[in-house]
Write a protein that binds this ligand. Structure first.
Ligand code: COA
Length: 260
């Protein structure tokens, strides 16, 4: 059992599907799972054939039920400080240079919700549920939840969710802007793969620059973000993908992007 990978990796053409595979622990993120996720993202980053990555959880009920609470039990403040200095899965997801989609198939709690929020797009099953229940453990979200949740849903809703630890369903998550789309459970995989494939057909150069520009929008003040966007726009003009995209449009044919 211990030798089973905690993360399975499937390729569907230019799309890589990563599945956290610890259903007996509701896909909770322990140290080994985190490391396998970091390694898988690095491999997906380095592989030019991979254009989009999807993250999901194994089984029918859970995306990720948070950090592994068992690891918290005997952890000293110093050990926690050291753990927080190691590369973070949340930062790695945020900075991953290709589109990253969370396919949320069930419980999306604590660090699971924080990891989903660090992805670019969240597609949820109508059976999924969401929350930051850390307050019930006497702690606070430590994977970026206090920063990313208010940016997505606004201050008051973030306070309410994090103060109460309340779990909300998919329809409410959609209403407050925590997820981007809710689909019937049985259609989640097909819908998410179809979305990923449609994005994977676009120019990798453009996707890379779009991600950098949109990520900058939440970090930088507006005027700085706008200047940054203009620089990236000029970079896009140096790419073969831009030549191909414009030529294809003018010739009324499908563009074939190479990522150069
Ligand atoms: N960390 C470690 N173990 C976890 C876990 C977590 N975040 N979430 C679930 N598990 C474990 C349980 O301890 C249990 O282990 P056991 O079989 O060895 O006793 C197993 O997964 C199944 O959990 P259980 O609670 O019986 O499943 P459920 O289907 O009834 O409920 C949840 C699922 C997700 C609602 C429930 O497990 C839960 O609330 N988990 C904690 C969520 C949380 O607080 N996350 C924030 C962490 S900071």
């Amino acid at each position: 059992m211990t030798d089973q990978p905690r993360l399975t990796i499937e390729r569907h053409g230019a799309v890589t599907l990563l599945t956290v595979n610890r259903p007996e622990k509701r896909n909770a993120l322990d140290g080994r799972t985190r490391q396998e996720f970091l390694d898988a993202l690095e491999a997906a980053r380095a592989d030019r054939e991979v254009r989009v990555v999807i993250l999901t959880g194994a089984g029918d009920k859970t995306f990720i039920a948070g950090a592994d609470i068992g690891e918290f039990a005997d952890r000293s403040p110093v050990a926690q400080y050291e753990a927080s200095r190691r590369p973070s899965v949340y930062q790695a997801a945020d900075e991953f240079p290709k589109p990253l989609i969370a396919m949320i198939n069930g419980y999306c709690l604590g660090g699971g919700n924080e990891l989903a929020m660090a992805c670019d797009i969240r597609i949820a099953s109508d059976r999924a549920s969401f929350g930051q229940p850390e307050v019930n453990l006497g702690i606070l979200p430590g994977g970026g939840g206090t920063q990313r949740l208010p940016r997505l849903v606004g201050l008051g809703t973030a306070f309410k969710l994090i103060y109460t630890g309340q779990i909300v369903g998919a329809a409410e998550a959609l209403r407050i802007g925590l997820v981007d789309e809710v689909v019937p459970h049985a259609e989640l995989r097909a819908r998410t793969l179809a979305l990923a494939e449609s994005i994977a057909a676009k120019s990798p150069v453009a996707l890379r620059l779009i991600k950098e520009a949109i990520r900058a929008s939440v970090r930088a003040p507006l005027d700085e973000g706008l200047r940054h966007e203009q620089s990236l726009f000029a970079v896009a003009f140096a790419s073969r993908d831009k030549e191909e995209g414009v030529a294809a449009f003018l010739a009324k044919r499908e563009a074939k992007f190479t990522g150069e």
